[in-house]
Design a protein around this ligand. Structure first.
Ligand SMILES: O=C(O)CCC(=O)C(=O)O
Ligand SMILES: [Fe+2]
Length: 316
């Protein structure tokens, strides 16, 4: 074994099976290759990596994300007539703010669409090419103690713990799940998007059980976006999706990571963990300005069973 030089990086585990905090990465300058490699090893192993107080601005955030691969952007959302508040198309606005920077009223369409993020999900599984890494940074936070943590669920551990007979059924049948952004939005806010039937729109198809290539471990690729299992009787499909989703969302697979300071950043791998936003007393009262860059998945499973095209979903 060649001797590996020590870097400044230190790792603290945040949960018994996944998620870690990484300190000692100096974001104020170009990150050396050996440090970046340690970050890659950490995200492969832990699925979620928290970097406290990065000091990164929007441009630095986008540049860091771009080191992982090709970035997704917000153009499909803006095609629907929305104005983008942020200076980069590669930054998704997951704040509780309107386009003019004011707090979105709780009864606004913006708040209704944001509610979808409070269900455990993976990013962009509803597009032909799914999301790989997401990198979320706090720009402005509500006062401490008013809520707004982000939670993560370990879907590799959830798969490992499934009963053997269910695992066998899943593997033998190699089920494909159909994902829709409209479905999760309607689940979270049934009154929003009236007259819109997810079944009239594109659904992205991805294998329900797949190997997470970077770690070699099996993963249950499920999310609030899953509308049904292809080719399965609808009642049976609903029961199976509900059973697997409820299983993966159990508290024992979940870690809650609070945001402490502006500049805190969390990197996660959508192909082996789910995540969700949580509410709190800040809602409707204080700004929570969160910005996210998402890297297109680059594994062999990135496109699932979808046609390779640049179509992506957005909502009105
Ligand atoms: O606001 C959060 O805590 C998470 C939002 C979200 O789902 C995302 O950034 O992908
Ligand atoms: Fe998300």
């Amino acid at each position: 074994m060649p001797h590996k030089e020590e870097t400044s990086v230190s790792i603290k585990e945040l949960h018994p099976t996944f998620a870690a905090e990484v300190r000692g990465v100096d974001f104020s300058k170009e990150i050396p290759d050996d440090v970046f490699q340690e970050v890659q090893e950490a995200i492969t192993k832990y699925g979620v990596v928290r970097f406290p107080e990065t000091g990164l601005d929007d441009a630095g955030h986008v540049a860091f994300a771009a080191r992982f691969g090709e970035l997704d952007d917000v153009s499909p959302y803006n095609k629907q007539g929305k104005k983008h508040r942020l200076p980069f198309e590669e930054l998704f606005d997951v704040s509780n703010l309107l386009e003019d920077g004011s707090i979105a009223p709780l009864d606004s369409h913006r708040a209704a669409m944001n509610k979808g993020n409070s269900l455990f999900h993976v990013d962009s599984s509803f597009n032909p090419r799914r999301g790989g890494y997401s990198i979320l940074k706090a720009h402005e936070l509500p006062p401490a103690g008013t809520g707004g943590a982000t939670e993560y669920a370990d879907t590799r551990a959830a798969y490992d713990d499934l009963p053997e007979d269910l695992k066998k059924e899943l593997l033998d049948n190699d089920y494909v799940a159909c994902h829709s952004l409209f479905h999760s939005r309607k689940t979270a806010s049934p009154e929003a998007l009236p007259g819109l039937n997810p079944e009239d729109h594109f659904m992205s198809r991805h294998k329900l059980i797949q190997r997470h290539e970077a770690s070699g471990r099996m993963n249950l690729y499920i999310a609030s976006h899953v509308h049904h299992i292809e080719g399965m009787d609808r009642d049976k499909s609903r029961q199976l999706v509900e059973r697997l989703y409820t299983h993966a969302c159990q508290p024992k697979y979940v870690v809650s990571i609070p945001w402490e300071n502006a500049g805190d950043m969390i990197l996660w791998d959508n192909t082996c963990v789910m995540h969700r936003a949580t509410g709190g007393s800040f809602e409707g009262k204080y700004k929570r300005d969160m910005r996210r860059a998402t890297v297109h998945d680059m594994s062999s499973q990135a496109w699932g069973s979808n046609e390779k095209n640049s179509e992506r979903m957005g909502y009105p």
